[in-house]
Design a protein around this ligand. Structure first.
Ligand SMILES: *Cc1c(COP(=O)(O)O)cnc(C)c1O
Length: 367
């Protein structure tokens, strides 16, 4: 029996009221006041000029790439150590994902490795701010400027993450967020495309609504998509945004409590860079050796504590098996890493229970 799931959304605010308001008013589809309200409030929160809501984070990435005219014949550099959606979205456009290595300390995309993978076909670098820590954005800005590349930010795991005071998603040409059930704020399923470039926003909106031409009914001038968010999802999003500071503070409290309780154990934490606000989407650790990870997960599972492995590198998956390159750091992080229960409502006593079980396991290790 699972006593502590890996995640559980916090819906203790006005989520229920706003959803019932949609039902009572019959505005349950993709038009309605909550859609505009959520988009405006989200743009304000991250400090971007435009935010277009969509039905999940994966299609947000797809539209972000299309909005920069990325497609057949192009290459986009992406970490192999990421969630599969970052890579699949590139493939959907007809472009080729080119994998790059991760850093051992922050687990983020390695700028020096990225630079070696640039070719005349490279169009963009897709930065993934993984597990709530930002990439080294200043380094990537320099590389992008030097080679004339677009920067796209996958901020699905980085709501509340800041780099030198500025929220992620405002550094590149376009950025994507996800509001899946285990993301920092959730709409069940949902996503957002954020940009400060008006023409990018216009293209995203055109494509997400079936490529409808302006000023002419049922007339479509490109092959578009139905990628819209519903008013019900947006209603959840509005209620979540009202409580976002509390949710993030609680997640940070949980992460610090794990770090404190495990500081004298062999658990290895993601290194936090200078000048960074880490939003701690998932609290994650590495074991010293790969063969220690699964016994630890097993012990936690027997105590009713759910864990997850870190993401397996995408270059190892069958559909990308032909990809070029060796990625020993990504493979090592994935083999040693695991996520712990990371939801904002975990109490100090809950964390005490979880870290005690971990400490019992560590005490049996020789290393
Ligand atoms: C969750 C996630 C996505 C995809 O979001 P969905 O809303 O689940 O489609 C994309 N990239 C990363 C890094 C994610 O963690």
């Amino acid at each position: 029996m699972i006593k502590y799931p890996i995640y559980r959304p916090s819906l203790a605010g006005r989520e229920r009221d706003y959803v019932l308001d949609c039902v009572d008013s019959t505005w349950i589809s993709s038009k309605g006041k909550y859609v505009d309200r959520f988009e405006n409030a989200f743009a304000d929160y991250v400090g971007a000029r435009h935010a277009a809501s969509v039905c999940n984070g994966t299609v947000a990435l797809h539209l972000a790439l299309l909005s920069l005219d990325i497609g057949e014949g192009d290459e986009v550099i992406v970490p192999t150590f990421t969630y599969v959606a970052s890579v699949n979205a590139i493939t959907y456009t007809g472009a080729v994902p080119v994998f790059a290595e991760s850093r051992r300390d922050t687990w983020q995309l390695d700028a020096s490795d990225v630079e070696t993978r640039i070719t005349p076909r490279t169009k963009a670098i897709l930065l993934v701010h993984l597990y709530g820590h930002p990439c080294d954005i200043a380094e990537f800005r320099k590389i992008a400027d030097r080679h004339g590349l677009h920067l796209i930010e996958d901020c699905a795991e980085a709501i509340g993450t800041r780099y030198h005071g500025q929220h992620v998603g405002t550094f590149g040409d376009v950025a994507c967020f996800s509001f899946f059930g285990n993301k920092t704020i959730t709409t069940g399923e949902g996503g957002m495309v954020v940009t400060s470039r008006a023409e990018v926003d216009a293209k995203v909106r055109h494509l997400k609504g079936q490529g409808l031409a302006s000023g002419r009914e049922y007339w479509h001038d490109v092959i578009g998509y139905n990628y819209r968010m519903t008013n019900i999802c947006a209603a959840l999003g509005c209620a979540q945004l009202e409580r976002i500071e509390t949710i993030i503070e609680n997640k940070q409290r949980v992460a610090l409590a794990y770090q404190d309780a495990l500081k004298d154990t062999p658990a290895v934490f993601q290194h936090q860079a200078e000048g960074v606000v880490h939003s701690h989407w998932m609290c994650s650790i590495l074991t010293r050796r790969p063969e220690q990870r699964d016994p630890l997960r097993k012990r936690l599972s027997l105590a009713g504590i759910e864990t997850r492995p870190l993401f397996p590198p995408i270059h190892l998956m069958p559909m990308y098996a032909g990809a070029q390159g060796d990625f020993p750091v990504a493979e090592d992080l994935a083999a040693r890493g695991m996520n712990l229960p990371s939801y904002p409502e975990l109490s100090p006593a809950d964390i005490h229970y979880i870290t005690d079980v971990m400490t019992e396991e560590f005490n049996e290790w020789v290393v």
